[in-house]
Design a protein around this ligand. Structure first.
Ligand code: ADP
Ligand code: MG
Length: 473
């Protein structure tokens, strides 16, 4: 494989305008024709063992990856993107359903894929070149061929001159180039990338995205397809030919979008912005979903429980800040625009938006966030009034309500955090349980509904707690 790989790299380098050698390599299937299905899952499910029982993460994923395409798997944090990618790469076993690489059921690591990780995953005691050679070493390629192939991959990805540097000497962007070179050197049919730009600063990320697309377009790219995991809508629209949006708990395909925009893509074009808006509406769940019942925003307020309506991971400061910003804009604003103005990704705002929604402080209409009457009052209130309004609203958040009512029913007015932990463990991973309790603690403290002592890990009814009339349970 390695010699032909080398020849291919060489040929591609000489023949820059798309003369990629598609001939059969020894022991490796011939290069797939564009459109040919490289990876396919049918009814793929995956569950992890949670603190209490099984946690479904993927449920019934039917997905095809075709030669010639960049496919983006887009979803919010926790939607199962990394899990799906790892299943496709054969790094973890599927639960049920099938995964095939070129029509062959997958057993163990997928020979047709190589992975680029968000955290670069370089070995600090190896040089750039040695890190790049690792992939070939694992496949039994002799040393001289490894060196040659590694140098070419290093050259291809713009790392010339850094061969003997150690990772700690490199900037983040250069480190991720090593990550790319290490994956590309084995010439996988499918390059898998798990949020490869999200650990980089904005400019570096932008630069790397551009370089990668340029390589892909030039025909010098030694892979046939790319699967890109991202939570960044704009990145997906910029890079992908097809975007598959995953929903959460458990992950399912909500919708998929063909991206028919010409490259290089103009972010300011109406078509680009229109697609961002459409994907955004699917991501935020503000369009009708037929396949995923029980999303938080679909549960009637009086049927909400801590199990079906998790608290969004939003601090009081964060959600108040957003409410104030919307108030300054007349009580209504376009979310993608707002994110843009703040230099954030829309995804960064979503937990805050969900929090305002759950608290009844705001509503979503299309792409606009609208403050409700009480939301506007909250945004304009002084500290005392804002606490009162928040306390009333927070009792509409199921976990805050559960903690408050449990404490009120307890003669001592105290309860161990472990109690709530156990209740939640039936529905969440232990990581998520911690997140839920942290948010509930933040909200409850601010609302002066209850206090929390970290030392005995105990919730305590706030001494001055004056339940608002609507909250009397
Ligand atoms: P994403 O990449 O979209 O953020 P992940 O695939 O990493 O999502 O995780 C999906 C869900 O599975 C999350 O709730 C996460 O906490 C859980 N999860 C991920 N890996 C494990 C694991 N090894 N054991 C238990 N739960 C896990
Ligand atoms: Mg992930």
């Amino acid at each position: 494989m390695a010699l032909s790989a080398l020849r291919k790299l060489r040929a591609n380098r000489k023949n820059r305008a798309g003369g990629a050698d598609r001939s059969s390599a020894s022991g490796k299937p011939p290069r797939a024709a564009d459109g040919e299905i490289l990876l396919e899952t049918v009814g793929l499910t995956k569950t992890y063992a949670g603190a209490d029982g099984e946690l479904p993460v993927l449920a019934g994923i039917d997905l095809k990856v075709r030669a010639g395409e960049i496919l983006a798997l887009l979803g919010r944090s926790g939607s199962g993107k990394s899990t799906l990618l790892r299943c496709l790469a054969g790094l973890i076993p599927a639960g049920s359903g099938t995964i095939a690489y070129r029509d062959e059921p997958l057993r163990g690591a997928n020979p047709g894929t190589a992975m680029v990780f968000q955290t670069f995953a370089l070995l600090p005691w190896l040089t750039v070149q040695q890190n790049v050679e690792l992939g070939l070493e694992a496949r039994g390629v002799p040393a001289d061929e490894r060196a040659d192939a590694a140098l070419r991959a290093i050259d291809l990805i713009g790392l010339d001159g850094f061969e003997s540097a150690f990772p700690k000497e490199l900037s983040g962007g250069m480190r991720q180039r090593v990550g790319f070179a290490r994956a590309l050197v084995v010439e996988p049919d499918v390059l898998m990338m798990d949020e490869p730009f999200s650990a980089l600063d904005v400019l570096t990320a932008e630069n790397l995205r551009g370089e990668l697309l340029e390589l892909w377009e030039s025909g010098r790219f030694p892979t046939r397809a790319i699967v890109l995991v991202t939570h960044n809508i704009e990145e997906a629209v910029l890079m992908a030919d097809r975007i598959v949006v995953l929903g959460s708990r458990p992950g399912r395909i909500k919708e998929s979008f063909e991206v028919a925009l010409d490259r290089p893509r103009d972010r300011n074009s109406a078509a680009f912005e229109d697609l961002i808006d459409r994907v955004y509406r699917v991501m935020t769940g503000r369009v009708k979903e037929t396949r995923v019942p029980g999303r938080p925003d679909e549960v009637e307020p009086d049927r909400r429980t801590p199990a079906n309506t998790p608290l969004p991971t939003a601090s009081v400061d964060g959600l108040s800040g957003l409410a104030e910003m919307v108030a300054h804009r007349g009580g209504r604003c376009d979310l993608p625009d707002l994110a843009d103005d703040l230099g954030l990704e829309v995804d960064d705002l979503l937990p805050l938006v969900d929090a305002l929604d759950l608290l009844g402080f705001a509503k979503i209409s299309g792409d606009d966030l609208l403050l409700t009457e009480v939301g506007a009052a909250y945004a304009g209130a002084d500290v005392q009034l804002s606490k009162t309004l928040f306390a009333e609203a927070a009792l509409g958040a199921p976990l805050v309500r559960l903690i408050t009512t449990s404490l009120r029913q307890n003669p001592e007015g105290t309860l161990r955090a472990g109690f709530f932990r156990d209740v939640l463990a039936h529905h969440y991973t232990s990581e998520q349980v911690t997140e839920q309790l942290e948010t509930a603690t933040d909200w409850g403290r601010y609302a002066e509904l209850y206090a929390y002592d970290a030392d005995p890990q105990e919730y305590r009814l706030d001494e001055d707690e004056q339940p608002p009339p609507s909250a009397q349970a």
